[in-house]
Design a binder for this molecule. Structure first.
Ligand code: SF4
Ligand code: SF4
Length: 238
């Protein structure tokens, strides 16, 4: 049975169509030599970066090994073909790369960059050494700085406080009431006897040791991570 094409396939087809249109010289504005169009497109300075976004991305230390890859992105779509967020959501790493290269300021208010789960598949497969994973990190940081992205990080405040107190951000009992509903008594038996079960299995406590907790708290205190999240939660959200 022939199924509907995956988003990645559609994305690759769109990329091929864009290149194909340039090669065939279908536009009335294009010169008769199609390779002139390709060359002009390939070597021209990225247009429309009034926002300074491209410069900001390229100068970020995390792009140290990927800046050349971004500047030479082929729009091949290989990143999108392996991206789990593209498969299950309205998101395309190829599009992110293109818009970053153009300095598209709408990226700074685009919620789709938060769909990226930082699996780094795009980076590992990119033939040019680009990293959309890193580009997403930079754009997310800029969204948080501007206030627009605070809605995406503020929900981690409670998780962080729990992590600071116990060494775990939470576990399913706290996160998913639906599990308790579905499992009923079996679930509550597990909750009640978890420590005994872990002892019997010889896997130790669910929580980190006091020594490890001291080290964790020292790192969080020194880096100010809790304060930053609390400040993020307190700010008005765009
Ligand atoms: S970022 Fe890499 S994999 Fe993605 S379209 Fe550009 S060249 Fe291809
Ligand atoms: S790191 Fe993000 S953009 Fe890259 S493949 Fe994974 S989910 Fe997609």
């Amino acid at each position: 049975m022939i199924g509907l094409p995956e988003r990645a396939e559609l994305d690759q087809a769109a990329a091929a169509q864009e290149v194909g249109a340039a090669v065939s010289g279908t536009s009335a504005d294009q010169p008769s030599n199609p390779y002139a169009t390709l060359a002009a497109n390939a070597f021209a300075s990225p247009a429309g970066d009034d926002s300074g976004l491209l410069a900001r991305i390229l100068s970020d230390p995390r792009m140290q090994h990927h800046a050349g890859g971004l500047l030479s992105c082929l729009q091949c779509g290989i990143c999108t073909s392996g991206c789990p967020a593209a498969r299950f959501g309205d998101f395309s790493p190829r599009e992110i790369s293109r818009r970053a290269l153009l300095g598209d300021p709408t990226l700074l208010t685009d919620d789709s960059v938060w769909l990226c789960c930082y699996c780094y598949t795009c980076q590992s497969r990119c033939p040019r050494g680009n990293s959309v994973a890193v580009i997403n990190q930079i754009i997310r940081g800029m969204q948080v700085e501007s206030g627009y992205g605070l809605k995406h990080v503020a929900l981690f405040t409670a998780w962080t406080e729990e992590f600071y107190a116990t060494g775990l951000g939470g576990w399913p009992r706290q996160l998913l009431d639906a599990i308790a509903d579905a499992w009923g008594d079996r679930w509550w038996n597990l909750v009640e006897h978890l420590d005994e079960m872990r002892d019997e299995l010889g896997v130790g406590s669910l929580y980190p040791s006091e020594k490890a907790m001291g080290e964790l708290r020292a790192i969080m205190d020194e880096t100010g991570s809790r304060e930053r999240l609390q400040a993020a939660e307190a700010q008005p959200r765009a």
